[in-house]
Design a protein around this ligand. Structure first.
Ligand SMILES: O=C(O)CCCC[C@@H]1SC[C@@H]2NC(=O)N[C@@H]21
Length: 249
């Protein structure tokens, strides 16, 4: 296992409402990037205002870090997080081929959702603050499918898919070094190596998928991720570039 990254802090809390909320509260007093791990999370937040259920034994943590201002810099950290999750889950499960990345913010194990990423800025009053990279992983239990939206991808957990038990603290020891490695690659070589690595592990590349944006629903072949991290679909309307969407398959 790689060592804990230099200069990165760690706070472990027995119970927290949301690690993203706690990270935002702590941010003004932190001197460097810090992981906030909640062993019990009572009001976990998912994307698009959804709730995130964090059952006992699951991983709920947020890395609070400073990035240059601008949405591109924040969005690149969701690729850092996804690739770090790919590495950490591959190490934990010893089944790298079973793990795929669902653009932009989910991780699949045997085709079912095992992890999600939620990026939030901790800024207040219009001033951007440090970025909160929230990560939830179903280590021990998956949510009851009946509690999810009807078109949500089926959930799974590391335990039910593989029989492997790993604690949140052990998982953080895998994830934090992996995140630091991808962050260093990004800041040293730029976004392209991350784009290529993501494509190597992307779910449904070359297949027909449906992407829903706030305004539209588009079906086409998932052909690429562009230099800004946007999804490229090719279909009846030609090549369509979607900076933000939810994808369904
Ligand atoms: O798939 C999603 O909708 C994203 C889920 C992100 C959940 C994590 S759990 C740790 C962190 N704290 C939160 O309140 N949410 C994120």
């Amino acid at each position: 296992m790689a060592p804990w990254p230099d200069g990165v802090g760690r706070r472990v809390l027995a119970e927290v409402d949301s690690t993203n909320a706690e990270a935002a509260r702590l941010a003004p007093d932190l001197s460097g990037p810090t992981w906030v791990l909640g062993l019990r999370q009572t009001a976990g937040r998912g994307r698009r205002g959804r709730a995130w259920q964090s059952a006992e034994g699951n991983f709920a943590a947020t890395l609070v870090m400073r990035v240059p201002d601008g949405p591109a810099f924040a969005a690149q950290r969701s690729f850092v997080a996804a690739l770090a999750l790919q590495d950490a889950l591959a190490e934990a499960t010893r089944r790298p081929e079973a793990i795929r990345l669902k653009w932009p913010n989910d991780v699949l194990l045997n085709g079912a959702k095992v992890a999600g990423i939620l990026l939030e800025s901790s800024g207040q009053g219009g001033t951007p603050g440090p970025l909160c990279v929230g990560i939830g992983v179903n280590l021990a239990q998956e949510p009851d499918a009946g509690t999810l939206e009807p078109d949500a991808l089926a959930p799974t957990s590391v335990l039910s898919a593989t029989g492997i038990r790993i604690t949140p603290e052990e998982f953080l020891d895998l994830l934090a070094p992996a995140f630091a490695t991808w962050e260093t690659r990004l800041t040293t070589y730029g976004f392209d190596p991350l784009r290529r690595a993501f494509l190597d592990h992307a779910a449904k590349l070359g297949e027909v998928i449906t992407a829903r944006t706030a305004k539209d629903s588009l079906t086409g072949t998932f052909t690429d991720i562009d230099a800004d991290g946007a999804l490229v679909l090719t279909g009846a309307k030609g090549r369509v570039v979607l900076p933000a969407a939810d994808i369904f398959f």
